[in-house]
Design a protein around this ligand. Sequence first.
Ligand code: ZN
Length: 177
Amino acid sequence: MEQRFIDTSEFTRLGRQLQGTLALQSLQRLTADLPPQGDGVARWSVRGWQDAGGRARLEVCVAAAPVVQCQRCMQPMAWPVDACSVLQVMDAPDAGAGPESADAQMPADDWVEPVEASTRLDLHDLVEDEIILALPGVPMHAQCHHPALGPDASADGQGDEASPVSPFEALRQLKKN
Ligand SMILES: [Zn+2]
C-alpha cells in the first residue's frame, strides 16, 4: 500500500521521498470535465527538504497522459504531462499573524507556490493539482486529423490527374477557352 498522507514537518525535516502511481479516473477534480480516462495512470514522486534559510520545501513531480478533448476537432487526445513544482510549506495561519506576515516570508522575486503545513497532507491532492496546472486551457492538436476537418487537401497538390476537377477549376477552363 502506497503512502498517501504525510506529516509535512517531519517529511521535510528528514528529507524524505515517496513515489507511486495513481489512476487518473480517481482524480475527480481533474476528470470532471474530461473524457473517460480508461486505465490511464499518473506516476508521481514527492520529495521534502529544508532550504538554506530553513524553509520547508516540497517538490512534486508528475508524469501522465490524461485524455483531453481537442477544442478544434472535438476528438479525445492524450496530453502528455511531465512536470515538477516546488512548494513552500507555510505554517498554518494563527490569530497573531496577518496576511502581511506571509508576504514578508516570501519576497516577490522568489515566488514559490505555498502549501499549508499539515500532519496529514494528501499527496494525491498535490499530484492532482500538478496535473491540472500543466493542462492547457484550450487543448488542441498541433494538426487535427479528424476527417470532417482534414487539412485542405487541394493545397498540397495531391495527384492532379486523379482528383476531380473543382467547380472553380472548371470555370477557369471555360474562361480560358
Ligand atoms: Zn483536433
